[in-house]
Design a protein around this ligand. Structure first.
Ligand SMILES: C[S@@+](CC[C@H](N)C(=O)[O-])C[C@H]1O[C@@H](n2cnc3c(N)ncnc32)[C@H](O)[C@@H]1O
Length: 208
């Protein structure tokens, strides 16, 4: 069982060594997109670390969606512990056919889930479909900063965390495949961010 398929290891890692990346990524999303109210969907939310960080700095109502039942249960526990049950709702759902009507979300976010999606074009079409006409999405992967990434790498190399590192095998996102999929999904208004914060696609549904 690898990292992605083991909710318990993932939950422990994301609440431990990875904890500092989520407030940083949440503030980057808020700064770059500026959506602080309305409906947000966190796709492939896992244990809901990013959803929780977003809820703490915005007034968004957040649907933490994950395809795995066990992941939703871990998210539920963390949301309750953070006393955010009224703001964050877990939803079991697959990015390829999201359980939301058209034009639901002001903001769609997703971190670290893309490498596991089977059909990127369909996934991006779905993300675009559930966005409101003036909605935006911030989808990709990364650690927020080079410094945090290096710190995490170092931490994972400690003997104590060796088993974690062995389980932490998330495939990299292929930039060409990503760009092709976004284009094939018919999305024109987007920018690719590929810097110290990670690799992200920032999508706006409206044409500015
Ligand atoms: C590496 S984890 C990232 C979790 C979380 N976003 C984070 O950054 O802490 C990837 C997550 O994507 C979920 N996932 C994989 N395929 C999915 C799909 N088709 N639809 C929705 N979620 C999916 C997995 O169950 C897992 O929880």
């Amino acid at each position: 069982m690898n990292m992605e398929t083991d909710p318990f290891k993932m939950d422990a890692l994301y609440k431990g060594a990875f904890a500092p990346i989520y407030p940083l990524i949440a503030s980057q999303i808020t700064y770059k997109i500026g959506v602080k109210e309305g409906i947000c969907i966190d796709v492939g939310a896992g244990p809901a670390s990013l959803s929780i960080a977003m809820a703490k700095i915005t007034n968004l109502k957040i649907y933490a969606m994950d395809v795995k039942e066990e992941m939703c249960k871990a998210a539920e526990r963390n949301i309750t512990q953070a006393e955010l049950s009224e703001r964050i709702i877990t939803v079991r759902g697959d990015v390829h056919h999201m359980p939301f009507p058209d034009n639901t979300a002001d903001l769609v976010i997703s971190r670290g889930s893309i490498p596991f999606w089977k059909d990127l074009k369909t996934a991006f079409k779905e993300i675009f479909r559930v966005l409101k006409p003036d909605g935006a999405a911030y989808v990709g992967g990364g650690f927020g900063s080079h410094l945090l990434k290096e710190k995490l790498k170092k931490g994972l190399n400690n003997e104590k965390n060796k088993s974690m590192e062995n389980n932490f095998k998330i495939p990299k996102i292929d930039i060409d495949k990503l760009v092709k999929a976004v284009n094939k999904a018919g999305i024109n208004n987007y920018i690719l961010i590929n810097d110290d914060s990670g690799l992200w696609v920032l999508i706006k549904k409206s044409i500015d």
